[in-house]
Design a binder for this molecule. Structure first.
Ligand code: AMP
Length: 618
């Protein structure tokens, strides 16, 4: 069985078909390959341009999608049509990001539910998967243009702390861009591969990867043994990076010139110019002792020493994160054998020195810190292509395993190419009041609708005690043992009711069948994802109608006549939208109904709380 898993990645490849490595970053993305002549990992770039493609997407008024440097220029002039940092939204619900909502200058939909976020541009709604797929499509096209050959297979990197849903979302984005994603690997793993660490089976090491980019900071501690990279701990700050360093310089200059922040925000052009000058100063100070430039008649200058004093608190913050990561891994600082630097901001000498001092050893900084992750991904791609035969590859699942959820959608619990043995759990709930049973249908395959996948087993978790919809907590666990036998277990956590099933010979597929299932998933990716989006929108719409109806019935005397009429009209409009095949229409009607019901729902909630409090104090 294990052999088959490796064969999908290798056996079906034509002699010289290329597999690319992709770093899909928050600020910048890039693509790398093992150069066919030099055999060295190489970042792809058009003549005399940077290998970095800004992860920014601009939608022009005719509906064209523009990705990269051109899009970045629109950030200031057309913020509502220009999407940045889509990676921060991957696999997230609005609840997950609501405290950072102000960070996004485009419209992130607050649909008042726990479902995945969407972004609205004009009258269209996009998921973070759609957005990331635009970036990946651009990278694929660039690579094809440079290499003059089709690019269909890729390894994509994600942060070590990405959860299952975020990894799955990244995989889906690849699929939507027309890429067969052979493997999702951790960014710190890729970075260490780029330094040649972990490339031999005998090697055993504990390493720290310090990654300070434009907008995020991560520290990961990994243990490498037998060709396996185990993440011992991660820590960091998802809103700390080079942009904050630029901001510190801007503030320093504003103070010197006696310009208030209000004055600055009133003059967008000047604000943009001073920010760019601050970045220029920061980069200049990585190699020189002082910086000075005249902007709008003001002299903006800063010495290296002043710069270092300015950024010291920020560097100390990252050091505190490193210490926490060490603590979580149960390690002393002197147990770290290698420190790898990643991200453009680690070019600042003061940062290198501080981190080197913390770990008591020189840091690895010889590989370009902007490219190191993509280069490592290219090395992993080369291993998967079978060009590096000495390397041990882990046993992996050849196809994704999951269960059927609302609307016949496939919910993947174990993505394909996951390590075996493996254990994953996810919680589900009931959708109807008093629901006493839940069907658990297990499927294998890459398509979004279960009907297009292969059914492995089905059982019913019965005897769930009667409770209102959404209260039951059913934990579904998938366990694949080292022999590839899958055990599926479902347990209702409040009552302890439990049921399980063993699925044998699940991988009884020939290489040809596997290949066909994979190719089908790529060919149908666009339709599949469109269908999924429609089914999800419908499910959301249906659930909202149900809860609103129930809420109104329960609180009928607390609503005004206008509120009742407005709600009825909005509900009718949503009902009608549900009969049509237009997800954007459904989303806009959901939004409209939410906008109407939110104020009175909040009012009635507040009232209920007030009554409850009064009841307690009397
Ligand atoms: P990344 O997200 O890894 O591409 O890192 C981008 C960040 O690195 C941006 O904030 C850049 O301003 C910063 N950066 C690039 N070059 C330098 C340099 N020489 N010195 C300091 N920061 C740099």
């Amino acid at each position: 069985m294990a052999k088959i898993a490796i064969n999908i990645a290798t056996g079906s490849l034509q002699q010289d078909e290329i597999i690319v490595g992709i770093d899909l970053g928050t600020t910048n993305s890039l693509i790398a390959i093992i150069h066919p002549d030099t055999k060295q990992p190489t970042a792809l770039r058009e003549h005399n341009t940077s290998s970095l493609v800004p992860s920014v997407i601009y939608f022009d008024e005719t509906g064209n999608v523009i990705v990269g440097e051109e899009a970045r220029k629109k950030l200031i002039s057309e913020p509502q049509n220009t999407i940045f940092s889509a990676k921060r939204l991957m696999g997230k619900s609005y609840n997950d990001i609501k405290y950072n909502a102000a960070f996004f200058s485009y419209k992130v939909i607050d649909d008042n539910t726990g479902s995945l976020v969407k972004v609205q541009v004009g009258n269209k709604f996009y998921t973070p998967i759609d957005l990331s797929s635009f970036i990946l499509k651009e990278l694929k096209q660039r690579a094809e243009h440079i290499l003059k050959t089709p690019v269909n297979k890729a390894v994509i990197t994600v942060p070590a702390y990405f959860n299952d849903a975020q990894r799955q979302a990244t995989r889906d984005a690849g699929k939507l861009a027309g890429l067969n994603v052979l493997r999702i690997i951790n960014e710190p793993t890729a970075a260490s591969l780029a330094y040649g660490i972990g490339l031999s089976k005998e090697e055993e090491k504990i390493i720290a990867v310090y990654d300070l980019g434009g907008g995020t900071f991560d520290i990961s501690i990994l243990r490498i043994a037998n060709g396996i990279f185990e993440v011992l701990s991660t820590n960091g700050d998802t809103y700390l990076g080079g942009d904050d360093i630029d901001q510190l310089i801007v503030n320093y200059w504003l103070e010197q010139a006696g310009i208030s922040k209000d004055e600055l925000s009133a003059n967008k052009e000047f604000a943009q110019a001073i920010r760019l000058t601050a970045e220029e100063a920061k980069i200049h100070l990585s190699t020189q002792d002082d910086f000075s430039k005249i902007l709008n008649g003001d002299e903006l200058s800063i010495t290296k020493q002043a710069f270092e004093t300015l950024i010291e608190p920020l560097v100390n913050k990252t050091i505190a994160c490193c210490k926490n990561a060490l603590k979580d891994a149960g390690l002393n600082v002197n147990e770290i054998e290698v420190v790898v630097m990643v991200g453009g901001s680690t070019r600042v000498p003061f940062i290198k020195e501080s981190i080197s001092k913390l770990f008591g050893k020189p840091v690895n900084d010889t590989v370009n810190p902007d490219e190191v992750v993509a280069l490592g991904a290219a090395i992993q791609a080369d291993i998967l292509a079978g060009n590096n035969k000495d390397l041990l590859l882990l046993d992996v699942t050849p196809l994704s395993l999951g269960i059927e959820t609302m609307g016949g959608l496939m919910d993947v619990l174990i993505p394909r190419n996951s390590k075996i043995p493996n254990k994953v759990g996810r919680q589900y709930t009931t959708h109807k009041d008093g629901q006493s049973g839940m069907k658990i249908a297990v499927y294998q395959g890459e398509r979004d609708m279960v009907k297009d996948n292969r059914k492995l087993a089905e059982f019913n978790l019965s005897n769930i005690p009667a409770m209102p919809a959404g209260l039951a907590k059913v934990e579904v666990g998938f366990l694949i043992n080292a022999d590839g036998i899958l055990v599926v277990r479902a347990k209702e956590l409040r009552s302890g009711v439990e049921q399980s099933i063993e699925v044998k010979s699940q991988f009884g597929l020939t290489d040809d069948m596997l290949e066909k299932m994979l190719m089908d998933s790529i060919t149908h990716a666009k339709d599949d994802i469109a269908t999924r989006a429609l089914v999800e929108a419908r499910t959301e719409g249906e659930q909202l109608l149900e809860t609103t109806e129930r809420f109104i019935q329960k609180n009928i005397d607390r609503l005004t006549k206008e509120e009742m009429t407005e709600s009825a009209v909005a509900m009718q409009a949503l009902q009608l939208a549900l009969t049509m095949d237009d997800k954007d229409l459904i989303h806009s009607k959901v939004e409209a109904l939410n906008d109407i019901s939110r104020p009175y729902a909040e009012r009635i909630m507040d009232l209920a709380i007030a009554v409850a409090m009064k009841g307690k104090t009397v």
